[in-house]
Write a protein that binds this ligand. Structure first.
Ligand code: NAP
Length: 167
């Protein structure tokens, strides 16, 4: 089994999206996402796939979850369950769950690592949220703060967490 990782950017209230889109444009977070996920498998829900501006993400094994597999025609692997998506990744070292909320909700309990970009703002009109994180189950292994600047309207922090081992 590969290591299951979640990668997400969420605001101070865990908001992750609005009207099927992201709530912010943070180019350095996008670069960080690309650097971390390139060369690996990425699993996403059908709505997140449809929100990608240029379709499948290059240099990654793209796996899209849907209950209606015949509706997806792009150059991706299509699966109808989380288990099926993981079975396609049995040769992978690490598989990234890249959203959206429905996929995060199902996979947070089984994930080993959490890459969280915390965007330091509250977006009042968000409609999609990451599930509540029980931080007692996680050890923080990295924290990197970034201020707002001319290209980044909000300050943000990269956090990496590893799930604590069972006693
Ligand atoms: N901030 C971030 O880091 C981040 C990351 C990703 C996405 N987002 C945002 O999140 C929002 C989309 O999230 P969402 O929760 O609405 O949708 P989603 O999780 O992207 O997609 C949901 C769809 O995926 C399919 N699906 C999910 N679990 C499945 C399973 N176990 N088996 C089969 N199919 C399954 C279903 O597709 P069918 O309806 O086709 O059956 C379901 O309707 C957007 O606003 C997006 O921009 C934010």
């Amino acid at each position: 089994m590969p290591k299951i990782s979640i990668i997400v950017a969420a605001d101070e209230n865990n908001a992750i999206g609005k009207n099927k889109q992201m709530l912010w444009h943070l180019p350095y977070d996008l670069k960080n996402f690309k650097d971390l996920t390139s060369g690996h498998a990425v699993v996403m829900g059908r709505r997140t796939f449809e929100s990608l501006p240029a379709g499948a993400l290059p240099n990654r094994k793209n796996i899209v979850l849907t209950g209606v597999p015949e509706a997806i025609i792009d150059n991706v692997f299509v699966c109808t369950s989380i288990e099926e998506s993981l079975s396609l990744c049995d040769k992978e070292e690490e598989v990234f769950m890249i959203g959206g909320a429905l996929v995060y909700k199902q996979t947070l309990p089984m994930s080993d690592k959490l890459y969280l970009t915390r965007v330091h703002h509250v977006f009042k009109d968000a409609d999609t949220f990451f599930p509540e994180i029980d931080f007692t189950q996680w050890n923080e292994i990295k924290k990197e703060e970034h201020p707002a600047d001319e290209k980044h309207a909000y300050p943000y922090t990269f956090h990496h967490y590893l799930r604590k081992k069972m006693e």
